[in-house]
Design a protein around this ligand. Structure first.
Ligand SMILES: Cc1ncc(C[n+]2csc(CCOP(=O)(O)OP(=O)(O)O)c2C)c(N)n1
Ligand code: SF4
Length: 531
């Protein structure tokens, strides 16, 4: 079969395409975005579902719906997206799958572009479903085949957890024989997706019964390995996902003197871990992300008789991603970290692009708010979050997608005046609509600024579902027509923009202001494509 040089994200996408998938559902978010972008570029994917969803919850539910039809499907998101999709995700462990259902979540340890560094393996454990964690790009590809097979065999969703370095690094991937798509076939059991309490209780018992099968699958998984015979038993090593690569890098010729258990499929294969514990003087746990395995081992079972080293005792940093150097130091080897960055190298904080429309929207807003001082603007997540930094210093919060409107509402309910929410157009489509409806229902005294740059700028310029419909949506949700104001954010328009901000602050009710001008980066891309 032919080989391709692929990012981890792309390898998983190509694996799913070759494994007979019928549809992808996703909302963009680093480091998962490239999965859908690859599928959207792929000729092989023509005719499959591959457009962006409004948010991760709608994407997850659509994937459950496609699984209902017997077809194979995958839903993709970044780690915090799984919080948004948590309700259908957790319940999908109860409904189970019909057609193969893979939930792919890309985590971002070290928070290169995220609000937190939560570890999605905990969600896999929480939902009690099989979880796969590739250690290289080939495994990303192969796990798509294996994940669908496991999902269809046990009628259960399978979680695949990626991390930034693997998602965004490239390696050769050998392809397999392609599988055909599944035909349309409704579930044999028409109660399968019906979670009324009486049915859900039975489903929970079934899920509990499946756990021993999932452990057995982990014990015989092609992605787990148990090298229990070794030269030196002073240390036994358990490593998960990408950490396996770092471990191999630490030893010349990949000759590791210690016994090694490689875990890329969960739940944990308990028996093999017990064997490792019994034969070694101590354990070292190398896992990318939070100490999920280490915490389980340090639980009651082993009563701490032998030392277990990892992130919890400071052998490795408690937070942040691993790297070959951190792993080598944890193994007692020399610290080969490069020399410190010289002082002459200045830090370069991220900035809005020159000519960004958000810059003008903020500068005019600052002027309109001058008499009130700082502390009135609740923002959200997107390029416009950079309005926090100088020279704008324009916003005061960024918590999770959609929180701008609802936090400003809560603050207005608490008596803050003026209460301003600033939200991007894609973020508004993702999770701003229901917050706006709350404001309309309560006649909240609030000004909501929807920054319309015609794209999802922060993640590289994807389409979004409310494009071209913002005014109609606001009208439909009950905002009065005369309090939906649109302007073009340009320096020459500042007097008009400031006046509009002031007028709407003076109005005691719900106002929506839409500064509308395209992102200069997407505009550049368009011009380039047009030649
Ligand atoms: C729940 C969740 N999903 C996805 C993301 C990744 N993400 C951050 S901001 C953003 C959207 C930004 O687009 P928009 O609101 O249009 O603002 P812009 O960047 O274009 O200014 C996305 C997808 C996230 N942080 N949280
Ligand atoms: S990518 Fe677009 S929206 Fe983001 S900072 Fe640059 S111009 Fe502004």
């Amino acid at each position: 079969m032919d080989a391709l040089m692929l990012l981890g994200d792309e390898a998983l996408a190509q694996g799913a395409l070759d494994a007979g998938i019928s549809g992808f559902f996703a909302y963009p978010g680093t480091p998962s975005t490239e999965i859908m972008e690859y599928v959207q570029r792929s000729k092989q994917a023509e005719g499959l579902h591959r457009t962006w969803s409004s948010n991760e919850k709608t994407a997850m539910e659509s994937a459950i719906g496609m699984s209902y039809t017997g077809k194979r499907t995958m839903v993709m998101m970044k780690h915090v997206g799984l919080n948004v999709a948590a309700d259908p995700f957790m319940n999908s462990a109860f409904t189970g799958a019909h057609g193969g259902l893979i939930v792919t979540v890309a985590d971002d340890p070290s928070m290169h572009s995220s609000q937190n560094e939560q570890d999605s393996r905990f969600y896999g454990k929480f939902a009690m479903i099989p979880t796969l964690e590739p250690s290289n790009q080939q495994e990303c590809y192969d796990m798509a085949f294996y994940g669908f097979q496991l999902s269809e065999q046990y009628r259960i969703p399978v979680l695949i957890r990626l991390t930034t370095r693997l998602s965004h690094s490239r390696s050769g991937v050998v392809r397999r024989e392609k599988l055909a798509q599944n035909p349309l076939k409704k579930p044999d059991d028409l109660f399968q997706f019906m979670l009324l309490p009486a049915i859900a209780r039975k489903k929970y018992k079934h899920l509990i019964e499946l756990q021993k099968d999932f452990v057995n699958e982990s014990a015989s998984s092609p992605f787990n390995s148990f090298a229990l015979k070794a030269k030196d038993y002073s240390k036994g090593i358990i490593c998960t996902g990408l950490a396996f690569n770092y471990l191999n890098e630490a030893f010349k010729g990949r000759e590791i003197p210690y016994p090694v258990v490689k875990i890329c499929q969960y739940p944990l294969p308990a028996e093999q871990i017990h064997q490792l514990y019994d034969t070694c003087d101590s354990l070292l746990i190398l896992e990318e992300g939070m100490p999920l395995v280490e915490e389980q081992l340090k639980g009651l079972a082993f009563k701490g008789q032998k030392p277990i080293h990892g992130r919890l005792d400071g052998t490795l940093t408690r937070d942040g991603e691993l790297n070959p150097n951190k792993v080598a130091v944890a193994l007692g080897m020399e610290d080969t970290y490069g020399s410190p960055v010289p002082e002459i190298v200045a830090g370069r904080p991220p900035m809005l692009c020159v000519g960004c429309p958000h810059a003008d929207s903020y500068l005019a807003l600052n002027e309109a708010l001058e008499q009130y001082g700082r502390g009135h603007v609740f923002s959200d997540i997107g390029c416009y979050t950079l309005g926090f930094l100088p020279p704008y210093n324009a916003i005061n919060s960024c918590v999770d997608m959609g929180a701008s409107i609802t936090m400003a509402k809560g603050a207005a309910d608490g008596g803050l005046f003026p209460a301003i929410a600033v939200i991007g157009d894609s973020t508004f489509a993702h999770s701003g609509l229901t917050g706006l409806l709350d404001c309309v229902y309560d006649k909240t005294n609030i000004v909501i600024v929807i920054l319309d740059n015609s794209t999802t700028g922060m993640t590289g310029g994807q389409d979004y579902t409310a494009f071209g419909k913002l005014e109609e949506i606001c009208l439909g949700l009950g905002v009065e027509r005369e309090h939906i104001r649109v302007f073009v954010p340009f320096k020459k328009n500042y007097p008009e923009m400031i006046q509009i901000y002031k007028d709407e602050m003076a109005y005691k009710g719900v106002s929506v202001i839409i500064p509308r001008r395209e992102c200069v980066q997407t505009l550049k891309k368009k011009h380039k494509m047009e030649g």
